[in-house]
Structures are given as structure tokens and as C-alpha cells.
Design a protein around this ligand. Structure first.
Ligand code: CA
Length: 229
């Protein structure tokens, strides 16, 4: 059975384009054109992944994310206009998993949906893996050790915690404010200086070319993402 994606988008041209591209990839697709329509379809018909435009005529997309998160861990990919970084960060902090910036290509869309589909498999499968690998990078959760190309890598406890957070969220964008809250705790505010310094130190250890990272990518104005490969 193919995965079903609910596409919530009021622009019918974009909605048709998305569904056409998803069907080409072997997914099944249902469309909702308003927030109300989306909520009733989410309740009545089962969907595996939600693709959500934040700018809907009747409802704020963020409200839909919060409502869905009350009962479901389903992957949510938001669709947002360019230069709305605050909006993207807000949606991710509210529980969205990823975002696509308009305009996007069919290739970009299917890549994002495939990542979400893999997460879905992991949700029902082996969630508590003892070690995870991304490219030449491996993290052993039990021993709290990091390996790069087979060799043990010495990290500080803070660097390990940061990297472990990314390994628990492979492929997912983590917002700057989320990372700061998780690493330093609530009340640390939104001072990104310390995070940038910590990230620079970690990148010097894990990246061959820290200025052009291949593992942890910067999502400008939003946060960071550990690649899924
Ligand atoms: Ca819209």
C-alpha cells in the first residue's frame, strides 16, 4: 500500500502540481484547500504525511500543526514563501518536521517527502538503535562515543550532546532556539553566539572542510540539519 499524503494548499495550481509530482513518485495524494477542510480530512480519512501551506485563507497553519501534534507524530512538512524565516522557525518549533520554500521543484519535493517517509518507518520500527551512522560518521549512544571514518573522535561533552541531538533527528531541521533550549536549558535566551562557537568547534572535528560542511548543514535564518544519507 502506498503512503498517503494530505496536501493542504489553497492555491489549486500549486496543489495540483504537488499531487501530480507525488503520484509520479508512487505516493497517493489527497488535497484540502482550507484549514477546516484539512482538519476534517485529518479526522475522517487517514493520512501518513501532512504537507501544509502556512498561508491558508481561514486558518493559521501553525494552529493546524499544534492541533495535529495533540494526537499524532505524523511527519509534517510545511510549505512557505521565501524570506519568511521567522515563520519557518516558528512552525518547526511548533512541531513541524521540515519545510519547503516556494517555489520548489518536483525533485526537491519528492526528496523531502522520501525523508519524511523514512522517518515514518523509523517511528514504527527500531527507534532505540544503539548506534547510528551518517556517511563516515557514527554515533554510539550507549558508549557516548563518536567515530569518524572508523577512528574514535574526541569530543567535549557539549559537542557530544549537540551531535547526539542531530543523530536523534537525522534529516530534520533543528531551529536555533530549539537547540539552545535543549543544550543550555530554558532561560538561556536566544543568544546564538555560544551555539555558533560550539558548532564551529564540532565542525572542525567532523568536517574535512568546515567552511563547506557535508554533515551538518546551515539552514540560513532557521537552524541546522544533519544530512540524511
Ligand atoms: Ca496559500
Amino acid at each position: 500500500m502506498s503512503l498517503k499524503i494530505l496536501v493542504v494548499e489553497d492555491d489549486r495550481q500549486i496543489s495540483n502540481f504537488i499531487c501530480y509530482a507525488l503520484k509520479n513518485e508512487g505516493f497517493s495524494c489527497a488535497a484540502a484547500y482550507t484549514g477546516q477542510d484539512a482538519m476534517s480530512k485529518l479526522v475522517s480519512a487517514s493520512a501518513d504525511i501532512l504537507l501544509l501551506d502556512l498561508g491558508l485563507p481561514d486558518m493559521d497553519g501553525i494552529e493546524i500543526i499544534k492541533k495535529v501534534r495533540e494526537w499524532s507524530e505524523m511527519p509534517i512538512i510545511i510549505v512557505s514563501a521565501r524570506d519568511r524565516d521567522m515563520e519557518k522557525a516558528n512552525a518547526l518549533d511548533s512541531g513541524a518536521d521540515d519545510y519547503l520554500t516556494k517555489p520548489f521543484s518536483a525533485t526537491e519535493l519528492s526528496a523531502r517527502v522520501r525523508v519524511a517517509a523514512r522517518h515514518l518507518n523509523k517511528l514504527s520500527g527500531h527507534a532505540g538503535a544503539a548506534a547510528k551512522t551518517v556517511g563516515g560518521l557514527q554515533l554510539d549512544f550507549e558508549k557516548r562515543l563518536v567515530y569518524l571514518d572508523g577512528a574514535e573522535l574526541h569530543t567535549t561533552p557539549m559537542e557530544y550532546n549537540l551531535l547526539a541531538m542531530f543523530f536523534k533527528n537525522i534529516g530534520k531541521v533543528l531551529t536555533t532556539s530549539y537547540i539552545i533550549k535543549e543544550i543550555w536549558g530554558i532561560g538561556y535566551g536566544t543568544d546564538t553566539q555560544a551555539l555558533r562557537a560550539l558548532m564551529a568547534g564540532l565542525r572542525r572535528k567532523i568536517e574535512k572542510t568546515p567552511a563547506a560542511p557535508r554533515y551538518i548543514l546551515t539552514e540560513i535564518g532557521v537552524g541546522y540539519r544533519l544530512v540524511d544519507e
